[in-house]
Structure formats: C-alpha cells, structure tokens
Design a protein around this ligand. Structure first.
Ligand code: GLU
Length: 313
C-alpha cells in the first residue's frame, strides 16, 4: 500500500516571495526534494504570492534561480496563486452556504493573511465575540469583507509521518481563524487548503512552525470534503539563542554564498539531517543517494558561527 501511495505521491515546494531564500527554508526544500525524488513523488513548484504587503516580486525569479543553484528541480510550476483565485472564492461560497463563516469587522492589523510562522502574533477570536448573525447561511459572501470560520472546541489529531501524532484544539489555539481578507483575497489557510487539494498534493513537507496550521487546514478539509495530505513537519533551524534563525542572527541568505559552488552549502544542510556528522561538501544528487529521513534529528538544529565560518571558507 505504501508503495502504491508513493508512486502516486505529489508534493510541492511552496516558497513565499517575501524575501530571499535562507538557510532555514533551503534545508526544508532540500529535504522535501530528496524525499520526493527517493520515493518517486511528483514535485510542483508553487510560489505563494498571496501575502501582498510583504511580497517582493523581484524575489520570485531569485528564488527559482537559487533552488536550481542548490541542485533542486521540479516537474512543473503551477501558476502564481494570485492569478487564479476562483477556486478559493467558490470554497468561500461553500463555507458561506453551510453557515460556517461570519463577517468580522475587527481591525486590519488582526488579519491572519500570512502564514502564521512562529513569532507572529496569533489572534484568538473567541466564540463569545462572534456577531449575533454568526451561523446564518450566506449565499454570496462579499469579497471585500474579512470572513472567519466558526471553530468548535475539541481536539483535532494531526498525524504526522515525521513527528508523530499531535492533539491540537484549534478553538483554544487560535479560535475562529480568518479564511478571507477584506483585501479581496483568501488567507494563507484557505489558499493552501484549496491549492493542495486541487493540485493533487498529498505529501506536505514544511517547517514544524506550521504544525498548528495543519490542524486549521484539517478543519477546512473536513468542511470542504477535501482529503488530508500526509504531513511531514520538520524541526526548525535556530540561532545560538534558541530563537528561529532570522536576520537578527546575521545574514544567512543563500545569495551570500552564490558566487561559489553550492557544495559546501548543501554539505552543511546535509549535516543538519544527521546527528553529529561533520559537514563535507556534496552536490544535491550526492545528498539524495545517502539521505535517510529516519536519521533526521527530531529536535531543532542550532546554527552556530562555526557553521557560517565553514560556509564562508
Ligand atoms: N509559503 C509558506 C512559507 O514559505 C509555506 C506554506 C506551506 O508549506 O504550507 O512559509
């Protein structure tokens, strides 16, 4: 059965063009790609350009070029998310007709438009704050309103092929989360749910800061009668202070090392996929030959100044 699923596997590399590729997302993409190529999954590239204010269009080409430079490839690229919002709109209508959403008039600053990566402030929209009309069926939800999904209390089990089972209560985690923004477009949660389903994605590999989002996406999948993909949430790369690797830890953008060959970079990322191995330069195809998902540490990886020195050498 596993073989059959693998043969029909479809995954996606889903960068957000909100900034340059950095060590953290490069490592996730490398693992995603290697898992896919080892198991014969189809690989889609999906540039997630819904995050309007933070999208930097110039990083779209740069991201493609940097993925290629690392040695990764994909079988197809799907259109940019913003060019095809109709399927998300019809999902919104379905939720509206089922009386599952309500228009929320709370401030723009509270919108959950972007992927709620760790460190973002998650809003908790409690059931007690719903407007009186919440629960009424809505035939044509206005696309200029913010719509929130009514979340019922109860545990949702996210079964992850890499990090095991997690029980998450979406009502206490974030409450009624936004599925549509008053800027006229779906939020990350709705878009990713609809796109994964319509693009046949059944293997989702990403950072474990999105584990709680998987529970929200499972709520939407249940309401929209869409399949749940197999999740693979990987631990994050962190700085020496234990916080998620970011600008505050210095420049870890891939562009910093692009004048040379990618072997040292891939070698370092490969060493983060085994416990205790020293990095040795290697190509992505050499990584593919030795990569073993069962050896990937279950805990977060600390990136130190020694690692950066190794890359700079
Ligand atoms: N585009 C998202 C990001 O770069 C990934 C979302 C996902 O994999 O579901 O964080």
């Amino acid at each position: 059965m596993e073989r059959l699923n693998d043969a029909l596997g479809v995954t996606r590399l889903a960068p957000s063009p909100t900034g340059a590729l950095h060590l953290g997302n490069a490592r996730t993409f490398l693992v995603n790609w290697a898992l896919a190529r080892q198991r014969g999954w189809r690989v889609l590239l999906r540039i997630e350009d819904l995050d309007h204010p933070r999208v930097k269009p110039e990083t779209i080409d740069q991201t493609r070029a940097e993925l290629r430079w690392l040695g990764l490839d994909w079988d197809d690229e799907v259109p940019l998310q913003t060019t095809d919002l109709e399927p998300c709109h019809s999902a919104l209508q379905k939720l509206g007709r089922a009386g599952l959403i309500y228009a929320c008039t709370r401030s723009r600053a509270e919108l959950l438009l972007s992927a709620p990566n760790e460190g973002d402030q998650t809003i908790r929209a409690a059931a007690a704050d719903r407007p009186a009309e919440a629960g009424q069926p809505i035939e044509q939800p206005k696309t200029t309103s913010t719509w929130r999904l009514m979340v019922e209390p109860g545990l949702c089990c996210v079964s992850d092929a890499f990090c095991g089972d997690h029980q998450i209560d979406v009502a206490t985690d974030c409450g009624d989360f936004a599925v549509w923004s008053n800027r006229g477009c779906p939020t990350y949660q709705l878009a990713v749910t609809v796109d994964d389903a319509r693009q046949g994605v059944n293997q989702v590999v990403r950072g474990d800061d999105l584990l709680s989002s998987a529970a929200r996406q499972q709520c939407l999948q249940a309401h929209l009668r869409l399949p749940t993909p197999t999740w693979w949430h990987l631990p994050l790369l962190r700085g020496p202070d234990g916080r998620r690797l970011a600008k505050r830890h210095g420049d870890t953008r891939i562009s910093r090392w692009r004048s040379g060959r990618p072997d040292r970079l891939v070698g370092l990322l490969a060493s983060f996929c085994t416990s205790g191995d020293d990095p040795v330069p290697m190509t992505a195809s050499a990584f593919l030959e030795t990569f073993d998902i069962d050896r990937v540490p279950r805990s977060d990886v600390i990136v130190t100044s020694d690692h950066i020195r190794w890359l700079d050498a």
